[in-house]
Design a protein around this ligand. Structure first.
Ligand code: PXG
Length: 288
């Protein structure tokens, strides 16, 4: 596999970064996870824009233009003969000394991995997931805004460990006010009385690219969307619930904290959204 690393395409074995990189020492960096569907990169511009916003927020200058970054992503896919896959685009603070100060890192590091996608098991989509709420709260936006897709994922990893301990694969994280923020690596939606609800980004959710795509699908399907604070009570009493993420796409949820959601099976709205989403993934792609 060829990897893009700081200006060259190198073999996987040679794709190494320094132990002095602040991305590793402090989680000081940003990333994107992007999907490739049938030779089209899904919503590439939106991913690059979010990466730029994350960079701006952490005062990091991406050393390539938007067009150059797009070309790096596409070239990585082409070189590895990929038609479907998962792309990981990362910008780190770069090599510096053993102090926090980002000023000691003169040059950010950029790498891009385009690999085959490990799809979730089919039964997730057919039967739906059982999930729980975990004790770890989503990080307060005043401490580190969850809209920044940073390399600092310990908050989510704590929650993921708690999910695994509870015997489930995903979990709901609440914000410090007790409202639903999102899951550990996915956004959350519910259907209630014919309307679609999702927590606003201000509740501590990442502005997911899949979340945005689902919001557009809602418009197309004439399903009203309401972005508002949601409690666990709202989720328990929804007719349908699903999660969205680049890797997951849309995954149905059939129980939350042992409360059965709706009929306890994959709902009609969820299926309609999933179908419409699948039609979009190729239509809205950047061709390699
Ligand atoms: N919330 C969080 C906290 C995320 O990390 C999403 C929501 C969904 O956003 P997108 O843009 O993908 O619709 C994410 C992103 C992985 C992986 O390798 C996936 C994410 C994060 C980190 C790793 O599967 N999901």
């Amino acid at each position: 596999m060829k990897i893009f690393l700081d200006g060259s395409y190198v073999e996987q074995e040679d794709a190494k970064i320094s132990v002095f990189d602040h991305g590793l020492l402090y989680g000081d960096g940003i990333f994107e996870g992007i999907r490739l569907y049938e030779g089209c990169v899904f919503r590439l511009e939106e991913h690059l824009e979010r990466l730029e916003y994350s960079a701006k927020a952490i005062l990091l200058t991406i050393p390539y233009s938007r067009t150059e970054m797009a070309e790096i992503v596409c070239e990585c896919c082409r070189l590895n003969n990929l038609r479907d896959g998962y792309i990981r685009l990362v910008v780190t603070r770069g090599v510096g000394n053993l102090g926090l100060a980002p000023e000691s890192c003169p040059k950010p590091s950029v790498f891009c991995i385009a690999d085959k996608i490990q799809l979730y098991p089919k039964e997730f989509y057919e039967k739906g997931l059982d999930i729980v709420t975990v004790p770890t709260r989503r990080i307060n936006p005043a401490a580190l805004n969850p809209a920044i897709k940073s390399l600092n994922y310990l908050n989510n990893i704590f929650a993921r460990i708690e999910a695994t301990t509870a015997g489930v694969v995903e979990a709901i994280m609440l914000n410090d006010q007790g409202y639903v923020a999102e899951c550990t690596g996915d956004n959350l939606f519910i259907i209630h009385k014919g309307k679609l609800y999702t927590p606003p980004a201000s509740a501590g959710a990442l502005k997911g690219i899949t979340r945005d795509a689902v919001i557009s699908v809602a418009e197309e399907l004439n399903v009203p969307l309401i972005e508002t604070n949601l409690t666990r009570y709202d989720i328990w009493n929804a007719e349908e619930c699903f999660l969205t993420g680049t890797a997951a796409e849309l995954v149905p949820v059939v129980s939350v904290d042992r409360r059965v959601i709706g009929q306890g099976k994959v709902g009609e709205f969820t299926n309609r959204f999933l179908d419409a989403f699948h039609q979009r993934v190729i239509r809205e792609g950047t061709m390699l």
